[in-house]
Design a protein around this ligand. Structure first.
Ligand code: CU
Length: 264
């Protein structure tokens, strides 16, 4: 069974230099934003901040509370899709300790729908897929940072996160409504549980704004003790690999390192 999984990876994860990065919302310092995932160690969490990249530059995303916006991407290595979240914090710049909340979850089909592996390699390509999301109407206005996260379905177990400057305008709501939003999910880095390959990740608490594209590949969920395949979906043929659950009670922290060398 492990053999089958490896075969899928080798066949579908050929493109290595055209990972996806956020086009809209506009990221910080786009000239210096590279397209790689977060470092498995967690050293550049959040937002890939670190040497040569920080919460500076870029076009401020000025969004009216309650408005509709689009999450879109540049790149072609969509890794068979996966699951994404649109997240925000009122901290600018954010730190490792910032409170990030989820304003929209996309379960499966992000950043590409109906794509088994990668698109034709082109790191500068505008992705044909985009994802509408709504800015909550009942949270405070003001400055902050918006970002997207992505747990890819195929390939190395990774977490992607890009961020950009945010200003929310309009009649502000209550901070308590922000606090009630789900916490941003962090997996695949810094000793967190490792998502199984080949299935779509289902968020334990996606919030009230969800695009659910799961069903074709089966799903996995993660808790404090690791990740497990399971739930609805699957059944559409040979796409979904067998279970690659983390050992009970463990978080498979070494798993990310195992795969990293090959693609990144
Ligand atoms: Cu990639």
């Amino acid at each position: 069974m492990f053999f089958a999984k490896t075969t899928i990876s080798a066949a579908l994860v050929a493109a290595v230099n055209a990972h996806m990065k956020m086009a809209t919302p506009a990221p910080f310092d786009p000239e210096h934003l590279n397209n790689s995932p977060l470092d498995a160690s967690g050293s550049d969490f959040p937002c890939k901040f670190g040497v040569g990249y920080s919460a500076t530059g870029g076009t401020t995303n000025t969004y009216e509370l309650g408005s509709s916006q689009q999450l879109s991407f540049i790149g072609s290595a969509v890794h068979g899709g996966g699951s994404c979240q649109v997240v925000m914090t009122y901290d600018n710049p954010p730190t490792k300790d910032s409170k990030w909340k989820v304003i929209h979850s996309i379960e499966g089909g992000c950043p590409a729908k109906g794509t088994e592996g990668n698109l034709a390699e082109n790191p500068d390509a505008k992705s044909p897929f985009s994802y509408p999301f709504k800015v909550p109407s009942d949270i405070p206005s003001g400055k902050g940072v918006i970002g997207f996260t992505w747990f890819n379905r195929i390939g190395n177990r990774e977490m992607y996160m890009n961020c950009g400057p945010l200003e929310l305008t309009g009649s502000g709501g209550d901070k308590a409504n922000f606090d009630k939003l789900p916490d941003m999910v962090v997996l695949n880095i810094a000793g967190k549980p490792t998502t199984p390959e080949g299935v779509d990740y289902k968020f334990a608490n996606p919030g009230s704004s969800v695009e659910d594209n799961t069903g074709k590949y089966g799903v996995a969920t993660c808790g404090k003790d690791g990740c497990q395949n399971g739930g609805t979906g699957g059944g559409s043929g040979g796409s979904a690999p067998p279970s690659s659950s983390a050992p009970a009670g463990g978080n498979g922290g070494g798993g990310g390192a195992r795969a990293r060398a090959a693609v990144d």
